[in-house]
Write a protein that binds this ligand. Structure first.
Ligand SMILES: Cc1cc2nc3c(=O)[nH]c(=O)nc-3n(C[C@H](O)[C@H](O)[C@H](O)COP(=O)(O)O)c2cc1C
Length: 167
């Protein structure tokens, strides 16, 4: 992929919460997770595990536990990003999550990051998938082909957030 195309993928990504009932091919899901696996990680600890959920009853169960992820019940699948409780588990897990969102976008697949860390539902969801106790649910990523219009939340302008050399 050319440099321009990569930048376009990053800039075009928006959270998708309405999905077509179309399956994502397994090799594409694997490649998307592979991009998560290759994210930067403090001390190269790679403290992560990625659990893919494709079965509708499980998607519904997880969706029902979340606060703002009920739309997950209609996604094609989700990726649960778990990290072991290392010093930088959250940064590592978030870096992997963002890689996954960008990779999905590159495949023309919509995604939405659903909060995991700090949420009271993180533990029950970890239990559902049989995660060992020391593993933390950093994020839940809904994946699927977008249906209808995707919301385009307003972003701060570059001028608002960028300064050079000094605050
Ligand atoms: C840590 C984190 C937690 C989030 N949790 C949720 C969530 O629980 N439900 C949801 O619909 N979106 C969630 N989002 C997505 C944000 O709402 C979304 O990224 C933001 O509104 C900007 O929109 P955009 O992704 O389309 O650029 C989360 C994003 C982050 C980074």
């Amino acid at each position: 992929m050319s440099e321009n195309k990569i930048l376009e993928v990053i800039k075009k990504r928006r959270s998708v919460r309405n999905f077509k009932r179309v399956e994502i091919p397994e090799d594409i899901i694997k490649d998307i997770v592979d991009c998560g696996r290759l994210a930067p990680t403090a001390r190269n600890l790679q403290p992560w595990k990625f659990v893919v959920i494709t079965k509708r009853p499980s998607l519904k169960e997880i969706a029902g536990l979340t606060d703002y992820g009920k739309f997950l019940k209609d996604a094609s699948c989700c990726i649960l990003v778990f990290c072991e409780n290392t010093k930088y588990y959250l940064e590592d897990g978030c870096a992997a999550t963002e890689n996954i969102l960008i990779a999905a976008q590159a495949y023309g697949i919509g995604s939405c990051w659903i909060a995991g860390d700090k949420k009271s539902y993180a533990e029950p969801i970890a239990k559902i998938v049989g995660a060992p106790e020391k593993w933390k649910l950093v994020s839940i990523i809904a994946l699927g082909y977008a249906a209808g219009e995707t919301a385009c939340p307003k972003k701060k302008s570059l001028n608002d957030v960028l300064s050079w050399e000094h605050w």
